[in-house]
Design a protein around this ligand. Structure first.
Ligand SMILES: NC(=O)c1ccc[n+]([C@@H]2O[C@H](COP(=O)([O-])OP(=O)(O)OC[C@H]3O[C@@H](n4cnc5c(N)ncnc54)[C@H](OP(=O)(O)O)[C@@H]3O)[C@@H](O)[C@H]2O)c1
Length: 261
């Protein structure tokens, strides 16, 4: 199947490892030129070297929690010709676990800035050129928590919901110009982030990590965690030419974990 990605230009945030890296590698393997972004330049260079077509990879340093860094990255993209970006994959680090009751006002603002405002700012910057070219793809990596809030992940549950609201609104505004906007909801996919959450759960409950993982597997109809590639394939499809009529959707990649229809 030809995804029609040859020659397309993608910007993938949070792409030095985990889900973002798997997405960037898949787009690159399908022929897209990818700019991979994150905080750590060494990790980004290493990630770039692991792609199928390293000659079609650029790195971009960005700290999503710092508005100045986001502004600098936008300026750098402009110098490189940011109007050429066809595909934007919004992604970044997850917030710490905990109850919503324990979050102070300043922490809400900090995480809003890192997870939400940066997404809105970058998307608003890149969409006008996509509309002008009458082709564009925005894919937001969020979480199953936007449908079924996850216990003890209060910040994530509360803030990611606003990305889905933004995406649905934007999708209707730009659908007539060939730009699609979708959100993908990972359930539990094997990455560093999942290991950290399982380790935190083990510490909180006094169980060992193996027991936490087995309990978690038992809650997933597929009986296991997902692989990053299984997640990336869905994002690559949404980013492709084939998915031109899919927009404003929230799509689960969760092995059946969310039980509601
Ligand atoms: N894996 C899952 O099962 C799952 C489930 C639900 C939701 N999610 C969410 O999906 C997203 C990706 O998950 P993942 O498992 O791939 O996470 P991950 O393994 O922690 O990777 C996060 C990526 O984002 C980058 N990053 C982190 N903080 C950043 C910041 N402030 N500015 C710029 N880049 C930043 C990291 O690179 P640097 O550290 O080098 O910057 C890394 O490339 C996370 O938000 C996670 O919470 C994941």
């Amino acid at each position: 199947m030809d995804f029609g990605l040859t020659g397309k230009r993608a910007l993938v945030l949070g792409a030095s490892r985990g889900l973002g890296h798997a997405v960037a590698a898949t787009l690159n393997a399908e022929g897209a030129h990818v700019t991979i972004a994150g905080r750590n330049p060494v990790a980004l260079e290493k990630a770039a070297g692991a792609m199928a077509h390293p000659d079609k990879v650029c790195v971009l340093r960005i700290e999503l929690g710092q508005p100045q860094s986001v502004a600098d990255a936008i300026e750098e993209l402009g110098e490189r010709g940011s109007t050429a970006i066809d595909i934007l994959v919004n992604n970044g680090g997850g917030p710490p676990p905990g109850s919503v009751l324990d979050v102070e006002a300043e922490q809400w603002l900090h995480h809003f800035s890192a997870m939400v405002a940066s997404t809105f700012t970058l998307t608003n910057h890149l969409v006008p050129a996509m509309r002008a070219r009458r082709w564009g793809r925005i894919v937001n990596i969020v979480s199953s928590g936007v449908v079924q809030p996850i216990p003890n992940l209060g910040i994530s549950n509360a803030l990611r919901a606003s990305i889905v609201g933004y995406a649905k609104t934007l999708a209707a505004e730009v659908a007539g110009d060939g730009v699609t906007v979708n959100s993908v909801l990972p359930g539990r996919i094997e990455t560093d982030r999942l290991k950290q959450l399982d380790a935190a759960a083990a510490e909180r409950t006094g169980q060992d990590a193996e027991t936490v993982m087995k309990t978690s597997h038992a809650q997933i109809p597929a009986g296991r965690y997902g692989r990053p590639q299984e997640f990336a394939s869905m994002v690559a499809f949404l980013a492709s030419d084939l998915a031109g009529y899919v927009t404003g959707s929230s799509i689960r990649v969760d092995g059946g974990m969310i039980r509601s229809v």
